[in-house]
Design a protein around this ligand. Structure first.
Ligand code: GLY
Length: 406
């Protein structure tokens, strides 16, 4: 039996949000951003709670016709973002009616803690349970994080010192690329789970795996100009680099935009967790590469690949901008001479994301907050659509900005 948890208060929030959504975002983009999030996520929750099956729907994007919302299962790499977004909305609004909903959406993906078939368990569990344990059921959720960290650690290849990102199964596109042990820059984001598990258990094994992966990635993934390759393929026994390629970028030598964002955010987080300055240096170098790139648009919302051949007629990727903004707010808290400049750049991104150019109206965009993200153009998948991780990092950035103000 499905329990309908949507409350009268939340319904009121949805309805009032629909009726009063202002269009002028010039005055106060932070207030506007929270209002937009309340409206769109209120509608999203209303649709989830109206579903009459026993499933707990987990929104990820729009479907192929771009009208309906698309949902994913618990082991999809994007399954942690919507539950995590509801926790951030709770943090931003203090609306306690969101707590039972966020709890339900989080616990609905519990089975992902045992996932060993890809590296994204860090994204999944840290963004959902990792946020949940800041508010409720701490011990119960702690054990989920540790189980997930153990699952992720099964993918560590000690000979190479890295966590293998993808399996290379017979007939897969990864096999067609000829890869053996592919590691993608996105994998930096999974390390936060290991740092958390190390703090929870006192076991330094998780910490050491994270540092080994971060160091090897620092050594092999980056170019002289600070940009990162997407995929490095290793010999898992020796750590020898077999290939430097892309999976989701325009070409092996191009700068896939979201990959640069994962590097900036991932190495910022590694600096926070270790205090090792070389990680912050890399985050800043990759950010400088993006900031100074001739193809960075005036509104600071990057094209899907900085080297895409059809710029300025290429699709944008709002998720890249949101990830970078969130990382920059964290960087602005570090003792850097020009710390404020990082905050100011993030503010510009966030103001633009909050404008009508990127923030959706209630009757569009599958009930997601942000428009204009791109999942994987080479796979002809999710081009110029909403993506739940764009919304997640936008909400995280809004929360970080509010905490900075305080
Ligand atoms: N990790 C997958 C992506 O960024 O698209």
């Amino acid at each position: 039996m499905k329990v309908n948890l949507i409350s009268g208060a939340l319904l009121a929030l949805v309805i009032s949000g629909c009726a009063t959504k202002p269009t002028d975002t010039s005055n106060d983009w932070q207030t506007q951003g929270v209002e937009n999030a309340k409206t769109m996520m209120g509608l999203q929750i209303e649709a989830i709670e109206a579903d009459t099956t026993d499933r707990v729907l987990n929104p990820v994007s729009t479907s192929v016709n771009r009208f309906n919302t698309a949902y994913c299962g618990p082991t999809d790499w994007r399954s942690g973002f919507f539950p995590g977004s509801v926790w951030y909305l709770y943090e931003l609004t203090g609306d306690s009616t969101l707590v039972p909903l966020a709890t339900k959406y989080t616990e609905a993906i519990s089975e992902a803690q045992n996932l060993t078939s890809h590296h994204d368990i860090g994204f999944i569990i840290n963004c959902s349970f990792g946020n949940a344990r800041r508010f409720v059921n701490k011990e119960k959720y702690d054990s989920v994080l540790v189980t997930a960290a153990n699952s992720l650690s099964t993918r560590f290849r000690p000979g190479a010192g890295v966590i293998q990102s993808w399996n290379v199964s017979p007939g897969s596109w990864q096999e067609k690329k000829g890869w053996t042990c592919p590691v993608i820059i996105d994998n930096m984001m999974n390390l936060e789970l290991l740092f958390e598990a190390s703090k929870l258990t006192g076991d330094s094994t998780y910490y050491n795996i994270a540092v080994s992966h971060a160091d090897k990635t620092l050594q092999e993934h980056f170019r002289e100009d600070g940009s990162t390759f997407h995929v490095i393929d290793y010999n898992p026994e020796t750590g020898e680099v077999l290939n430097r390629n892309t999976g989701q970028g325009y070409s092996d030598d191009s700068a896939w935009a979201r990959g640069q964002a994962w590097a900036i955010y991932g190495y910022t987080m590694c600096f926070r967790e270790t205090g090792d300055k070389k990680y912050l240096d890399q985050a800043l170098k990759t950010f400088d590469f993006m900031k100074n790139h001739e193809n960075m648009p005036a509104d600071l919302i990057p094209y899907w690949d900085m080297d895409a051949p059809g710029i300025p007629y290429e699709p944008r990727d709002a998720s890249t901008a949101a990830i970078i903004a969130s990382a920059l707010y964290e960087i602005s808290t570090f003792p850097l001479e020009n710390a404020e400049s990082y905050r100011d750049y993030a503010d510009q991104i966030m103001e633009n994301l909050t404008s009508d150019n990127y923030s959706a109206k209630p009757d569009e965009n599958g009930r997601f907050i942000l428009k204009h993200s791109t999942g994987s153009l080479p796979h002809k998948s999710e081009i110029d659509v909403p993506l739940n991780y764009a919304d997640y990092y936008y909400l995280e950035a809004l929360t970080r900005k509010r905490n900075l103000n305080r």
